[in-house]
Ligand binder design. Sequence first.
Ligand SMILES: Nc1ncnc2c1ncn2[C@@H]1O[C@H](COP(=O)(O)OP(=O)(O)OP(=O)(O)O)[C@@H](O)[C@H]1O
Ligand SMILES: Cc1ncc(COP(=O)(O)O)c(N)n1
Length: 274
Amino acid sequence: MTVTPRTALTIAGSDSGGGAGVQADLRTFFANGVHGLVALTAVTVQNSLGVQGFSEIPVDVVTAQIKAVAEDMGVDAAKTGMLATAEIIQSVAKTLDEVHIGRTTDTPFVVDPVAASMTGHALLREEALEAIRTELFPRATLITPNLDEVRLLTGVSVTDAASQRTAAEALLEFGSQWVLVKGGHLCDTADCVDLLTDGSAIIELSGPRIDTENTHGGGDTMASAITSSLAKGADVPTAVAEAKRFIERCVMEAYPLGAGVGPVSPFWRLANPR
Ligand SMILES: Nc1ncnc2c1ncn2[C@@H]1O[C@H](COP(=O)(O)OP(=O)(O)OP(=O)(O)O)[C@@H](O)[C@H]1O
Ligand SMILES: Cc1ncc(COP(=O)(O)O)c(N)n1
């Protein structure tokens, strides 16, 4: 019998290098057996050396993509990545309410507050940070900032487990249900520890730090692995734990591509189905 898979929607930018953005999200949804839906927000000119520029998609086209897939196909979970401008963020937030996606609905919503590429190029206009805090975080089931984004959003510099906890508490104040403070950039630790909290539960997800230069798309892949598990009905702690195991293997099997930073690889699951 033909079975329709669960669906996950990514609202994010394109990476011409294929390692981050909607390309990473679709690779990850596919590897996790979920049908990926896309609302494209921006087209970046990008390779392994960095981002040379980007052009935003008109706001009405962004929101029309969300409505088109949500109204016809249904969305089991959604995530955001690069949103580029305050105008796009505000319109996406309003549209998500209209199609009943977000923490107060049955459809979980993950916000990966992408501000810059790992090579340091801005992917968000400066004035848009406040819109992420006020428009998206209160609607989010989970937010997944890395340590640079944590500093931009809260002013807290995470240097150890105690400051990671302080940052998570500060982020919860913006109104998301759960916060995941990713520890991939805490370079002096032997393990990569991500901290997940909803204000009552505090869960440390720890795994070995894998020695590789090739981590492009790691944050997008982590957030879309979480979104895949949520689309399949997992609760947030289970989805994050599953995604942590998934991203570890993706980092382990990351490959060199181009002269700069290569991408993490969601392909391992397809090569070793289980
Ligand atoms: N070298 C590594 N070994 C194992 N796990 C890692 C490594 N680097 C990152 N991770 C894990 O990958 C996930 C993404 O973390 P990270 O903090 O790097 O996000 P990010 O900065 O948004 O990603 P990126 O900018 O690389 O796309 C986290 O679960 C983190 O613990
Ligand atoms: C379109 C797009 N979205 C997100 C990222 C962040 O990924 P990374 O931090 O690995 O550069 C990116 N580089 N490009």
